[in-house]
Design a binder for this molecule. Structure first.
Ligand code: FE
Length: 202
């Protein structure tokens, strides 16, 4: 399956240099507006982030019809909340249950659902996470401080350019009276990748 860019493992610095050189050439030729490039980076670094995904999860916790739609057609359900764009064209929501915990990785590069989670954390792109989480998911999750019961199976989902996953964690106990806004505050980025759990109310 195609990915967004070729695998370049540990050679991030030469790649950065190549990206910069390419941007310079395209700018000089008038093919790219550097302000537009900055705008895209600014958008995904500061305006789009895990708060979007957290609102999706909180709504799924409080609105059974929305949860059903999210399960059936995550792309459309998420788009209905205004979260559309690059690296979010084809979404799938995977729901945690007592029987199955879901974890997301991109083993080949760093495919990630930008529209709901923003830009990926550094560890998500690291060769160690990408290779180990598929081989020994429980050990990797334990390193994140996530210890699951033996009775809970772990399923690892490998993202591609065609399909991005959003983990819908289980709603924490003791949150019955909370508003969707208050619930969204409990939903961490890690809980939507599957390397963590939502916070519990204070
Ligand atoms: Fe990828």
């Amino acid at each position: 399956m195609p990915h967004d860019h070729p695998d370049h493992d540990n050679h991030l610095d030469p790649m950065d240099a190549r990206v910069r050189a390419l941007e310079t050439i395209l700018t000089r030729k008038g093919l790219v507006d550097p302000a537009a490039v900055d705008e895209i980076i600014e958008t995904y670094a500061h305006k789009v982030g895990p708060q979007n995904g957290a609102r999706v999860v909180a709504r799924a916790w409080t609105d059974p019809d929305f949860a059903a739609w999210l399960r059936e057609d995550a792309t459309a359900a998420i788009a209905s909340m205004g979260y559309t764009g690059r690296q979010g064209e084809h979404m799938e929501a995977v729901f945690n249950t007592p029987e199955q915990h879901n974890v997301v990785v991109c083993t080949l590069c760093s495919c990630y659902p930008w529209t709901v989670l923003g830009l990926p954390p550094v560890w998500y792109k690291s060769p160690a996470y990408r290779s180990r989480v598929v081989i020994e998911p429980r050990a990797v999750l334990a390193e994140f401080g996530l210890h699951l019961p033996e009775s809970t199976g772990v399923r690892v989902w490998d993202s591609t350019a065609e399909l991005r996953y959003l983990v819908v964690p289980m709603r924490p106990e003791g949150t019955e009276g909370l508003s969707p806004e208050a619930l969204a505050d409990l939903v961490t980025r890690e809980s939507m990748i599957g390397t963590g759990q939502p916070q519990v109310p204070a």
